[in-house]
Design a binder for this molecule. Sequence first.
Ligand code: ATP
Ligand code: MG
Length: 414
Amino acid sequence: MSTKIQRPRGTRDLLPDDKVLFRFVEESAYEIGRLYGYGEIETPIFEFSDVFHRTLGETSDVVNKETYDFTDRGGENLTLRPEGTAGVARAFISEGLSQQLPLKLYYSGPMFRYERPQKGRYRQFYQLGAECLGYETPLADVECIGFAWDLLQKIGISADCTLEINTLGDTESRAAYRAALVQYFTAHQEQLSSDSKTRLEKNPLRILDSKDESDKKLVAGAPTLDQHLNENSQLFFKKVIAGIERLGIPYKLNSHLVRGLDYYCHTVFEFTTAKLGAQGTVLAGGRYDGLIESMGGPKTPGVGWAAGIDRLVDLTPKELTGKSEKLIAVIGADEQGEDESLFIAHQMRARGLKVENILSGKMGKKMQKANKLGAQYALILGNTEVENKQVTVKNFTTGEQTLISQSDLKTFNF
Ligand code: ATP
Ligand code: MG
């Protein structure tokens, strides 16, 4: 009995049509990033487990339940990267990049999380992201969100997306808020999910991000951070909001927005959509001033975001990605013509033209195939053409057919 060959659960095969969309999104991000001064970085797909386990926080869902951890043959504890920021921060430290601050870095690639697969949620998924390191000013947060917004506009999905934004405040404000949350959730402890009971001890803020229904009800009545923000934090957030308004980016304040990972402070934001069902967050980010220092590097402020490419492409209008490019078919009418067609096709591609050499089939079938592929021209070669160093050019749009010398092909205006 043969076993069926399958891909592992939660993975995808990206076929040529998918890759057209993926590339469009990635190239759009790369191009806009270039305008903003972002250089591209690529870190390893696996890192020492500590890079993620220590920095993402032991109470985050990602670290608790979702990482792919393994020991390699040399006994090293490694983890497939579940997100991009921790690896970029690790690279910043180990490559000694602090001399180059401020530093703006763009990345794109696969991430891995052991999650329950469903539409828009995979175990191997793709993110592109931006990290702006070295700026303490709220203007950096605004610029970073501006980059995200420009991207959503460029790929034609900004009208489907809403920017939700919140502040977590500075360390002092968060400590005050934390105390208020502990008091509130302790009073309602019996209604908390068991995960959130653990969070209550280790990181009560995380409860706000819970997906458990009973937790969600409690969260709706929980105190919000704005009541605990000190002056410094209020001022910071005001400047972010003023900047966003100045750029004309529509936004919604969401006082319950916290991010899934431990290292955020001040600004946190998400672009969400109603068009993708439960998996509605397409891009998410925030400020992480303490991260690099907590990993043993120099104190370095940072702000950034990551977008789920799988989700972005589900929203991107397909027509945006189609390049209107001329296609030329090369057709050998007999054996001699077929042999020569290789050379002619090669010459045309050297001119930068897109060429499909229709390698087999009877003449009529070949012409049909050229039509089906949407070719605007066919270059037809039979033994007479080959011997006279000529080629028949058929214009499919006008039906016109002309015999020209092969040397004129180099400059022929298709
Ligand atoms: P969610 O609440 O959907 O689980 P998250 O908070 O875990 O998201 P982040 O860590 O902020 O997600 O990752 C940034 C973005 O990457 C998300 O907004 C989403 O678009 C995408 N993303 C995260 N996990 C997955 C996944 N398993 N499959 C596909 N895309 C994902
Ligand atoms: Mg998640």
